[in-house]
Design a protein around this ligand. Structure first.
Ligand SMILES: Nc1ncnc2c1ncn2[C@@H]1O[C@H](COP(=O)(O)OP(=O)(O)OP(=O)(O)O)[C@@H](O)[C@H]1O
Ligand SMILES: [Mg+2]
Length: 187
């Protein structure tokens, strides 16, 4: 993996990626709360047509995704231009999507939340009011391209409690000291 060290004084941007139900939003919100960073939910940048397509159980095409990803990139650029660090939950399943998010934005690195299909299915069955049907999980898993060696980022397993996973992510990203059991240190 590439060097993960954020340069002090410059904004840090984490894109929390993974298939539907892997726990991206949970981890991303946790990072935002712990670090006091700006947060965005990638799903909210989808044009209405995309939301309707997903709700009807149809996978999005890449043509559907480019405008969505560009809007997320714009949001990231806006934060960076204000010197703000930020975290975005965005599936970013394919290398091409991640390359678009990173293009011209060297602050961006990834946190891939990795979970077993059975665990995801179990969690999605108990989740209400969400527009992504569990039937799309298989196609998401088939589409997923793991982080390449040359992509900046970390892979974090979604085993255990939400707190366990958050601490694992913060540590892997170098946002808390290895010694710290439950949160960022002030030293
Ligand atoms: N470590 C965990 N233990 C138990 N439940 C969890 C854990 N992490 C997330 N969940 C639950 O699993 C469900 C999926 O998590 P979350 O919404 O964060 O996933 P997501 O990757 O953002 O999904 P989507 O792509 O559909 O938005 C939620 O109901 C969440 O509360
Ligand atoms: Mg989500």
């Amino acid at each position: 993996m590439a060097d993960l060290t954020a340069q002090s004084g410059t904004p840090d941007v984490i894109v929390v990626m993974g298939v539907s139900g892997s726990g991206k939003s949970t981890v991303a919100k946790g990072i935002a709360t712990t670090m006091g960073w700006e947060f965005a939910e990638g799903d909210e940048f989808h044009p209405k047509a995309n939301v309707e397509k997903m709700a009807s159980g149809q996978p999005l095409t890449d043509e559907d995704r480019w405008p969505w990803l560009r809007l997320i990139g714009d949001w990231i650029s806006e934060r960076v231009s204000h010197g703000q660090s930020a975290v975005v939950a965005c599936s970013a399943l394919r290398r091409a999507y991640r390359d678009l998010l990173r293009e011209g934005r060297p602050q961006v690195r990834f946190c891939h939340v990795d979970a077993d299909a059975e665990v995801i299915e179990e969690r999605m069955d108990s989740r209400e009011g969400h527009y992504m049907p569990a039937s799309l999980l298989a196609s998401q898993l088939a589409t997923l391209e793991g982080l390449g060696e040359d992509e900046p980022g970390v892979v974090v397993s979604n085993d255990g409690s939400q707190d366990d996973v958050l601490v694992r992510a913060l540590r892997a990203l170098g946002l808390v000291q290895e010694e710290s059991p439950s949160g960022p240190t002030t030293s």
